[in-house]
Design a protein around this ligand. Sequence first.
Ligand code: GTP
Ligand code: MG
Length: 235
Amino acid sequence: MTTAPNPAPKHPDKPPVVAKEKSPAVISMGWLHTAKFLTTAPQLHFLPELDVPEIAFVGRSNAGKSTCINTLTQQKQLAFASKRPGRTQHINLFSLGKQGVMDAVLTDLPGYGYAAVPKQDKIRWQQVMANYLVSRKNLKGIVLMCDPRHGITELDEVLLEVIRPRVEEGLKFLIVLTKADKLKKGEAERVQEATLKGVSKRGAAYPAVIVTSAEKGDGMPELRAEIMRTTGVTL
Ligand SMILES: Nc1nc2c(ncn2[C@@H]2O[C@H](COP(=O)(O)OP(=O)(O)OP(=O)(O)O)[C@@H](O)[C@H]2O)c(=O)[nH]1
Ligand SMILES: [Mg+2]
C-alpha cells in the first residue's frame, strides 16, 4: 500500500506571538484619552469632594493650559481654549479612568495676569485659585504652565509662594514651557535651563521642566507619563 506524502501545511509554523510590553508613553496616552468633563464650579466649595488624585494646571492667562489638556487627552474641545485671554473662568474638572471607573482628575484653572480683566475680578479669581491650591485635599500635583517667551513672571512667583508649603510637604510640582514651536532652534534648551536655575535659586523643591508644543506634540509623551506617575495610577 502506498501512502500519500504529507501535504504541505497550509500555515507554516509561525513564531509564537510574544505580547509586546507597552511603554509608559503608550499606556499613559490611552489612559488620558479616557478624559471626560466632570463638573465646573466658580469656587472651591462648590466642587464635589473626591478621593481620587487630582492634577491641576495653573499659569498666566493665555499660557496654553486648556490647549495642553486637549492635546494630552487627544480631544479637540474638552477644555475651552481661545486666542482671547481669560477664556477659562471657572474651576473645571475632567475625570480619567478606563471602563468609566474614575481613577484620577485633571483640573483646568482660570489664568491670572490678564490685563483687561477688571481689578475686582482679578482679585476674586486669584483668591479662588489660591484657595483651591491650598485647600483641595486630594490635590497630588500642580503643573505650572509658562509661555517661554515670558519665562517665570512676577505673578508666577506669587503662585510659587502660595504653593510652597504644599510642595515642601511632598506635592508634585512640574513646570511646563508651552508653545515651543514659536521658539528659534536651540532657544528651548536655553529657556529650559534658565527656568530650572531660576526656580531652584528660589529654593523651591527642584521641579522637572518639560518643554512642549501643542502644535507639534513635543514633550507630550513625557508629560503624559509624568502625570500618570504622579497620580500613582497603574494599568
Ligand atoms: N503655537 C502655539 N500656540 C499655542 C500652543 N498652546 C496654546 N496655544 C495658543 O495659545 C492661545 C491660548 O491658549 P489657551 O489654551 O486658551 O490658554 P489658557 O492658558 O487656557 O488661557 P486662560 O483660559 O485665559 O487662562 C490659543 O490661541 C492657543 O491656540 C502651542 O503649543 N503652540
Ligand atoms: Mg484656559
